[in-house]
Design a protein around this ligand. Sequence first.
Ligand code: HXC
Length: 262
Amino acid sequence: MADALILTSLLGEADRRVGLITLNRPKQYNALNDELMDQLGAALLAFDADDGVGCIVITGNEKAFAAGADIGVMATKTFVEAQRQQFVTRNWETIRRVRKPVIAAVAGFALGGGCELAMMCDFIIAAETAKFGQPEIKLGTIPGAGGTQRLPRAVGKSKAMDLVLTGRMMDAAEAERAGLVSRVVPADKLLAEAQAAGEVICALGAASVALAKDCVNRAFESGLADGVAYERQVFHSLFGTPDQIEGMAAFMAKRPPVFQRG
Ligand code: HXC
């Protein structure tokens, strides 16, 4: 049997589960290879298909979320091999097929493909120890899993250029100021904070959560007018759904709502 390069577990109460995925190549600082990415993709799709799971957290360990694609594997590849094999990126888009929210809980290094993986998640909660960067330029190459596209969208052109062109790292405080991460917490609170955020989401209406995620993602895929029109349609389409009826009735009755799962 192949080594478990990722570990999965369930956090929280029954029917409000947060699916936890832990990257598990600690000796290599969770450097990404095809086997790990295959296992990650399978775990994401399994949690997405599980009606008992409302939200997914991806994490690493206290030293590294992931220090990038495995340089040892990439070092001797030719252009033809890189182009044909799509090392690490052949399943990269799997995470975009996940309709449930995916939170990155980052401690330690999130570099290169590790930073790109964190940016593929819906939001990033960082430990105070987190360090983000796209150091590929120092290897004589460039980011290859979306870093040149997602980083400028997250932090703006100037800081993205600074990071991509110099290869320097930024710490959690700078990443929060720049808007790359949504919150920074003490390292020993990282998983608890990610779980708590996940449980808040799990208690909400599954359909409205999935559609809210879809609409925010539209902001990165379309122009403003198209995105707003799409949002308006989705907003209207939620009228008459059990969760909209329940959510607004509960507010009017001054009681907590009970939303549908799955
Ligand atoms: C393979 C890696 C690795 C990586 C760390 N290791 N990063 N192995 N690929 N990306 C291994 C080291 O070889 C070492 O193994 C162990 O993890 C610990 O690393 P050290 O360097 O000894 O630790 P430290 O001095 O604390 O430095 C940590 C570090 C440094 C700053 C993270 O390891 C580093 O700079 N790593 C490379 C980061 C990087 O360039 N990432 C981008 C890769 S390109 P041993 O066996 O010696 O103990 C990329 C492109 C993606 O990601 C595009 C999609 C294809």
